[in-house]
Every structure is written in C-alpha cells, then in structure tokens.
Ligand binder design. Structure first.
Ligand code: SAH
Ligand code: SF4
Ligand code: F3S
Length: 605
C-alpha cells in the first residue's frame, strides 16, 4: 500500500502531547507520512480531551468539517483518539457516523492495527460500491458510514474500569512508552521531552473525567523510566518533565510485578494487593517518588533540568522536598492545584485536604527550599475551578484569599464544566449562573495578575539559569512575511499549551491566562488564535506585544524559562542570528533586568 499521509492534531494536556508523539513515532516507523494541513491528508487523527465541555466542542467542529471533506474524498479515514473517544464512545459514532476509528488513551498501542484495518476497509468498501466514485460533492451526499462491523474501535469502557492489579497485569500500554523512538532528530533543537511515570488516576475528584478516561493509576517500572531518560539524554535532550496526574504519588513495589518482554505482569504465585497497600509485600523494596527523582538525577547527569507535573497537595512527603533541595538539577517548581479556597467545596470536590493543610504544605515546601546562600527560591503554580456547584460569594472570597496567601507565580482558572458520568454531574446541580462564573473568573484573574506581577518583580536583579526554548513569539511575528498565514511549526499540531517543543518546532498560538504563564499546563484547550480569557495558557501574546516596543530593531529575541517556569525574553543586540540559534535548547545564565506584565527581561552574562 502506498504511504498514507496523516494529519494529527492534539488537544488537551501534556499526557496527550506525549501520546501523540509516541503514536506518531510508531506510525512513522510503519511508513506513514505526517503532513501539516488536513487538506493534504489521507488520514485525519484527533487526539482529544474531555476535561471540559469546551475542549470537546472544538473536536466536534473539526468533525463537522471532516464530514464535508468526506463528501469530496470518500476514502478519507477519520479517527478520534484519546479521552473524548473513551468518554463518548459509541455515542460519538452515533452523532458522527463518518468517524472510522475510535481509540481510547488506554488502547493506543492498538492504533497501528486499527488504522491499517480502517484504511483497507474503506478501500475495499469503495471498490465494492460503484456509486462511491467519482467523489460526491455535497454535504447531503456524504458517503455512507461504515457498517458497525467495519468500524475500528478500541476502548476500555468505563464500566470495566480496571483494578490497579489487573491494569498492571495487562499493561500492554507499557509497550507504547517503550517503543519511543529517540534520536537527535526526534527532539530537534528543542531538547525537551516528557516522560510518563504514572498512568491514570485513582482520586475521583467529583468534577473530573480523568479517572474514567485514563483508568486506574499504574506506576511504570523505575528501570524503564530511568532508561528512557538516559536514552533521551544520549540523543541531546537536556530537559525532562515527568508526567503523572498525581505525580508525587509515584510508588513502585518491586516484586509485585515482573516485566516480561516489556509487558508488566503479576509475579507467579504472588497475590498483589494493589499499589497503595503498603503491607502488600512487607520488607520488599519500594521505589518512591523521591527515590525515582534521585535515580534519574544521578544516573542521567546530562539531563540539566528535571521537573515534574502535576503534584497533588496531599501526602507530599519531606523526602521529596529534601531530594529537590539536595539535587541541583531538579527544578524548584511545583504545580500543585488547590482548586478552591473553600473547605466546604474542597469536601464536595472530594479533594481530601483543607485549605489550612494546603497552605501548611506550601509553607513547608518553601521553608525546605529556602536557602538564601544559593538564591533559588521555590515557585508555585496552581489551578482553580470557579463556579463549582453551590459556590457562594463567601466561597469565592475564600478562594481570592487563598490566591493571596499562596502567592502563585501563575494560576490557571477554569470555569466549572459539568461532565456527564462524574459524581458532581449526577448529584450536584450546576447552579452558578454563567454570568456569575464569568465575573468570578475575571475577578480571580485580575487578582492573580497582580500577584504574578509582584512575584515577577521579586526576581528582578537576580541572575538565573534559564532554558532557551526558541525565538520568542514576537520574533516569529517579525520574521513572518507580511500577510503570511500563521502556521504551526510542525506537522503535529498541538492545540493547547503543553510543551509544544516536544513534538516539533516552537508551537505557535499559545495564549496567556494573564499571568507569568507556564508552557506546561496540566490541561488546557486553547484555539490556535485568539484568547480564551479563563482557559488560555502558555506563552503570552500580549506580553510580547508589549515588549515589541522594547525589542530594538536588528535585535533577535529569544524566549526562555527559569527553573521556576517564569518566562524570560532575551534580546540579543545586533541581530546575531547564528548566536541566537546556537543558544536554543541550552541552559544559560542571564541577569534578570526587568519584569513586564507577563514575563521577565533577561540579558546574557
Ligand atoms: N491531576 C491534576 C489535574 C488534571 S485536570 C490535579 O489533580 O491537579 C487539570 C485541571 O482541570 C484541574 O486541576 C482542574 O482545575 C481542571 N478541571 C478538571 N475538571 C474540570 C471541570 N469539570 N470543570 C472545570 N475545570 C476542571
Ligand atoms: Fe485525578 Fe486530578 Fe482529576 Fe482529581 S483533578 S480526579 S487528581 S486527574
Ligand atoms: Fe484527558 Fe488530559 Fe484532557 S487526561 S481529559 S486529555 S486533561
């Protein structure tokens, strides 16, 4: 079969970005080509997010366009991957029968086979159907949907949510991570990579779909993780971000499972009582999150930056804080969402901590990492949900107070979105009116903006090691020929803010939430253009617009990040492109000379 052209677009969090990278590596190895525009593709794949309704709407609108495309190209194959495929399942097909492939995030190892089948099935159906060619031309003439038997579906099914034991035993998904093709080209000059350490989530916060879409928590064997980091380092990667929904809960019980041919299985003759049963194998070795960080730091010394997201505020042991303190290449940065400042709502969300406990944790973390002699303070980012069912003005004021106390360097603020299947959807009426959610969202954003600016100013005058990610957005804009369309830098499109550097050149179209913004959110859903006030994340547009006036003519502007995830813009005088290029993907020292609304200004030292 001639090589098929694939267009893959990614929505959602870093997990999805990593999944897209792994899946595209596998498909490339099988001879598929990746293209930058859907019009050039034989296969359209969407790796989707379900965390808020808005995320799904974007995919629905893509699928609506594809329905028309299929009228012109009956052989086109359309696949929905990821969390929305898992959550919507057969409903998605009912609503959009032109979809050929549905593949949940827990089944992505099967995608090459599903895709091959779908391509062949489409081709053979068209050969059998003289009426299907020449191409049909109107929307009302769309080609017939596939018969159910011909559709390619791989979902875990939320009703058969696997237990931790079973999931470890059947974790063929580990093969997907193990299949990662790592080469100097694969991470380009961005030299930054995600590494998954834990899949799934067991927390069941009442508003959240992730435990249903990603399944039970499964911890990857530490040897696999360390080997992956070493391979990435050998290929030139200098920054690794470890991924897990509750990343600090990583805990691998040796002996409970064995790995055979890359597949993790229960050890013969043993009864594995689950990852969180600490008595399961008393006396046997356990690798904790602190152990894992230490191992990666020590065994992959070429990784100059080791970071991790997203942390859960509960059970965050001093051992982890001590490892961060004592290992210089581990970033002093925590993304540790609080979700609300109201104890009543924390209970309703099933978060398992109080505001007091949360703030105590931040104090403890800051105290552990407060070492004036090395001047590397901890920075913290958060997530907040506004308008959770029954949220009162008093709750809202408590959240504002939490922001003041927590002093995040940035905080992602999301309007509550009721998700079918969650406890909140079933039991708690979505009773905060949209205009109230919007107002509260705006108030918290404005407050956070002030706090972010203050936190930014505290860094002025310091020197810092920064990781140079690429040209700034302003620089990209300056270089774009007048009237040229804005395009993503790679054939793998990423809609969202999670580390665009992983899959290609700098991803254009990241947006700001109005603060010193992170490029590594835990979940996001941004359009490539135009801000979404409450949900935009990533490198700020306006900040750079503001800086445009300071960027001298003939200078080159680079965008970098501190270990605390603060964005730094560096103007190289004289327009020395070669010099600028040579700095991309490196960790360098700068003096922070100024702070803007959403970024810092740095000069080389
Ligand atoms: N595992 C991470 C977050 C994963 S989802 C954690 O627990 O911190 C990322 C963020 O999306 C969450 O922190 C939450 O703020 C937001 N979120 C999740 N479900 C949501 C919903 N139904 N409505 C609005 N925001 C939601
Ligand atoms: Fe898990 Fe985070 Fe969702 Fe809670 S918010 S259920 S911890 S993914
Ligand atoms: Fe899934 Fe990540 Fe979205 S886990 S629901 S893609 S936030």
């Amino acid at each position: 079969m001639p090589s098929k052209a694939v267009y893959l677009e990614t929505f959602g969090c870093q997990m999805n970005e990593l999944d897209s990278e792994l899946v595209s590596g596998q498909l490339r190895a099988l001879g598929y080509r990746f293209v930058a525009q859907p019009e050039q593709a034989d296969v359209l794949l969407y790796n989707t997010c379900s965390v808020r309704e808005h995320a799904e709407q974007k995919v629905w609108s893509r699928l609506g366009i594809d329905r028309l495309r299929k009228a012109e190209r009956p052989d086109l194959v359309v696949g929905v991957l990821g969390c929305m495929a898992e959550r919507d399942g057969e409903d998605l097909i009912r609503r959009m029968p032109q979809v050929d492939i549905l593949c949940g995030p827990g089944e992505l190892d099967k995608l090459p086979a599903l895709l091959d089948n779908a391509v062949r099935t489409r081709a053979s159906l068209l050969a059998d159907e003289p009426g299907a060619s020449p191409p049909l031309s109107s929307a009302s003439n769309v080609p017939p949907p596939l018969p159910p038997s011909a559709r390619q579906v791989a979902l875990q099914g939320s009703t058969s949510r696997r237990s931790a034991t079973l999931s470890a035993a059947q974790d063929t998904l580990e093969l997907l991570d193990l299949s990662r093709s790592v080469s100097p080209e694969s991470h380009g000059r961005t030299r930054s990579a995600y590494v998954r350490i834990t899949r799934g989530c067991n927390k069941f916060c009442t508003y959240c779909v992730v435990p249903f879409t990603r399944g039970a928590e499964v911890h990857r064997p530490p040897d696999h993780i360390v080997d992956e980091c070493k391979r990435l380092a050998d290929s030139g990667v200098v920054e690794v971000t470890l991924l897990g929904q509750t990343v600090n809960h990583y805990r691998f019980e040796h002996g409970s499972v064995v790995t055979v041919g890359g597949v993790t299985q229960p050890q013969k003759g043993r009864t594995y009582k689950g990852a969180h049963n600490r008595d399961a194998f008393a006396g046997e070795r356990v690798t904790t999150f602190a152990d894992l960080l230490r191992r990666i730091h020590d065994e992959a010394p070429a990784i100059e930056r080791l970071r991790f997201v997203t942390s859960y505020p509960r059970d965050f042991g001093d051992d982890v804080l001590e490892v961060i303190r004592d290992h210089p290449r581990i970033c002093r940065y925590l993304h540790v969402p609080a979700q609300t400042g109201s104890d009543r709502l924390l209970r309703a969300m099933n978060r398992g901590y109080t505001v007091g406990e949360y703030l105590e944790f931040l104090d403890r973390a800051r105290a552990h990492l407060h070492q004036p002699e090395i001047d590397r303070p901890l920075t913290v980012a958060g997530d907040i949900i506004v308008g959770f069912p029954s949220e009162t003005e008093e709750d809202h004021a408590a959240t504002a107070e939490l922001l003041r106390r927590a002093r995040y360097k940035n905080c992602f603020i999301f309007k509550y979105s009721a998700r079918p299947g969650t406890v909140a959807f079933e039991k708690l009426p979505d009773d905060v009116p949209e205009h109230v959610k919007r107002r509260r969202n705006g108030e918290l954003l404005a407050l956070q903006q002030e706090i972010s600016a203050e936190v930014g100013r505290e860094f002025v005058g310091r020197t810092a090691r920064v990781f140079v990610e690429g040209f700034s957005r302003l620089e990209h804009r300056r270089r774009r020929p007048v009237g040229a369309a804005r395009v993503n830098g790679d054939a793998l499109h990423s809609v969202g803010g999670g580390g665009g550097g992983v899959v290609g050149l700098t991803v254009m179209g990241k947006l700001s939430n109005g603060s010193l913004a992170s490029h590594t959110p835990s979940a996001c859903e941004m359009p490539p253009d135009g801000p979404l006030p409450e949900e935009g994340r990533g490198e700020p547009v306006d900040a750079e617009g503001a800086i445009a006036s300071s960027g001298e003519r003939g200078s080159v502007q680079l965008s970098a990040r501190t270990e605390g995830d603060l964005i730094v813009h560096i103007d190289l005088p004289g327009g020395d492109d070669a010099r600028a290029e040579s700095l991309i993907g490196r960790v360098i020292t700068v003096r922070l000379t100024d702070s803007r609304a959403m970024s810092l200004v740095g000069t080389l030292v």
